[in-house]
Design a protein around this ligand. Structure first.
Ligand code: SF4
Length: 487
């Protein structure tokens, strides 16, 4: 009898990739593969790559190089490369790393088992990249990282042309999924114990639901509010250009849509926004935040900022700092601009010297952290509802704190009181009072009460032992409950 083949998926980049990795794992398991714990021993390693982040090429080819000796020792081991770098480099991947067995693109995840089999039988590397989506990824089987929380893709691709972004070139034009299909997936997820979903798209506001309905995304949020048993709804990422007040009103009026908003700024300078081809300006951006705070006074608003974009002067950077001061973000993903081949910005004149960009980045992070800390201190003494999470935050051996997310997506560490017998499981909920604030987390060590043991916790418990090392993350160590789809 042939032995069951084992696999590991190594993921780089954004949530869209993390979710694609869940699909890759699902497709492999349907084909009979099982997760394997040790990289050195598994039969298949899949790299789900990102072309957006800095040094993506170096990281991928460096990691492939590290796997070469394993492959030399065990020729039956297979290596597959998928995701955006595969879509970009195509056959060049096997030219640079001839020990790779399969290269597949972002549009044909479902073909992976077939390509692996063909590579094994024919002993020739298989490269299959499609230019257009073969099947909507959400119609594929999935193996989710967390039993109590799930990504739900509402659209793929992007119709914008931001000059720093490779997504439109690699993932194609936007394709929306129908609302009925999305809601059917959400209902299935909830029936299997999922408590929280994150609606995912490169630009969720342009979602039209297959019709020409500018309010389709707001309607989708309201429809999520009707799904019985669904406790928390998040989404990422919106785009300031397309953001309508109907979304804010839907958020405010739909109880299970969480008061957290990730609104990518990228730059506070109108001149740089123009060069980035981001078609909003700083006044419009600040106007959105003002209205968001009016409709959702409890919301935590986070952002993305790129520093050192070509042509950025000290005055442009000062404009960004000024906007960050006015916006009072609860947190920000800050990125040092780096040249991404294939994007219009890569060939722009006036590239900013790396040491100048680094110094600006340091000043920005300092300001962002200071404001986030001040905002977090406003939470002191407040009662927050925490959904406990698996593998998130720190393991505090001394205090034995558990970690989770507040409704506004803040990371919260909670100590169990002396004599507390019922240990919350990931997906369970409780209330606790905030006793300490740091720039990137809260501690809520008092007043723990109202533990709700959810079907998400039951599902997490049932999945234990089965899920170890299913989807390895090469990017952030934790799964962000919401964050940028692209920087
Ligand atoms: S940055 Fe976002 S909105 Fe702009 S092109 Fe890339 S995916 Fe589209």
């Amino acid at each position: 009898m042939e032995k069951t083949r084992t696999y590991q998926v190594i993921t780089y980049g954004c949530q869209m990739n993390v979710h694609d990795s869940e699909r890759i794992a699902g497709v492999l398991e349907r084909a009979g593969y099982r997760p394997g714990p040790e990289l050195a021993e598994v039969d298949l390693v899949v790299f789900n790559t990102c072309a957006v982040r800095e040094n993506a090429d170096n990281r991928l080819y460096g990691n492939l190089g590290r796997l070469a000796p394993f492959k030399a020792d065990r020729p039956d081991m297979q290596i597959a490369v998928g995701g955006c770098m595969a879509q970009k480099d195509q056959g060049r991947v096997v030219e640079k790393a001839p020990w790779v067995d399969v290269v597949f693109g972002t549009h044909n995840l479902a073909s992976l088992p077939l390509l692996l089999e063909r590579a094994r039988v024919e002993r020739v590397a298989q490269v299959e990249i499609l230019d257009a989506l073969e099947r909507f990824p959400s119609t594929l089987p999935t193996r989710r990282q967390a039993a109590y929380s799930g990504w739900v893709v509402i659209s793929v691709g992007c119709d914008n042309t931001c000059t720093f972004c490779i997504v439109p070139a690699l993932r194609g034009r936007r394709i929306d999924r129908g609302p009925d299909d999305i809601l059917a997936e959400i209902e299935l997820l909830v029936a299997s114990g999922v408590q929280e979903i994150t609606l995912l798209g490169q630009n969720v506001n342009t979602y039209r639901g297959g019709a020409d309905d500018r309010d389709a995304f707001a309607k989708l949020l309201r429809a999520c509010g009707q799904v019985e048993g669904l406790r928390r709804v998040r989404f990422t990422s919106p785009h300031p250009k397309d953001f309508t007040d109907s979304v804010l009103v839907a958020m405010a009026e739909t109880a299970n849509v969480m008061p957290s908003l990730h609104m990518p700024l990228q730059s506070g300078s109108d001149q740089i926004l123009r060069r980035m081809r981001r078609s909003y300006r700083r006044d419009r951006f600040l106007g959105i935040l003002e209205r968001a705070r009016r409709h959702l006074p409890e919301a935590a608003i986070t952002t993305d900022v790129i520093v050192g974009f070509p042509g950025e002067t000290e005055q442009d950077f000062a404009d960004t700092l000024d906007l960050v001061r006015q916006a009072r973000f609860a947190g920000a993903f800050t990125f040092l601009y780096s040249v991404r081949p294939g994007t219009p910005a890569a060939t722009m004149p006036d590239q900013v010297a790396p040491e100048v960009a680094q110094e600006r980045h340091r000043r920005l992070v300092e300001l962002v952290d200071q404001i986030a800390w001040e905002e977090n201190k406003l939470q002191l003494g407040r009662q927050v509802e925490v959904m406990f999470a698996a593998g998130e935050g720190r393991k505090d051996a001394h205090t034995k704190r558990l970690s989770g997310r507040a409704r506004d997506n803040r990371l919260v560490h909670v100590a169990l009181p002396e004599g507390w017998t019922e240990r919350p499981r990931p997906g369970d909920l409780a209330w606790a009072t905030v006793t300490y604030a740091a720039p990137h987390h809260l501690v809520a060590d008092a007043g723990l009460t109202g533990l709700v043991r959810t079907s998400g916790g039951d599902a997490w418990e049932a999945a234990q032992g089965d899920r170890a090392a299913t989807v390895g993350l090469a990017g952030p160590a934790r799964r962000p409950a919401a964050g940028p789809v692209v920087p």
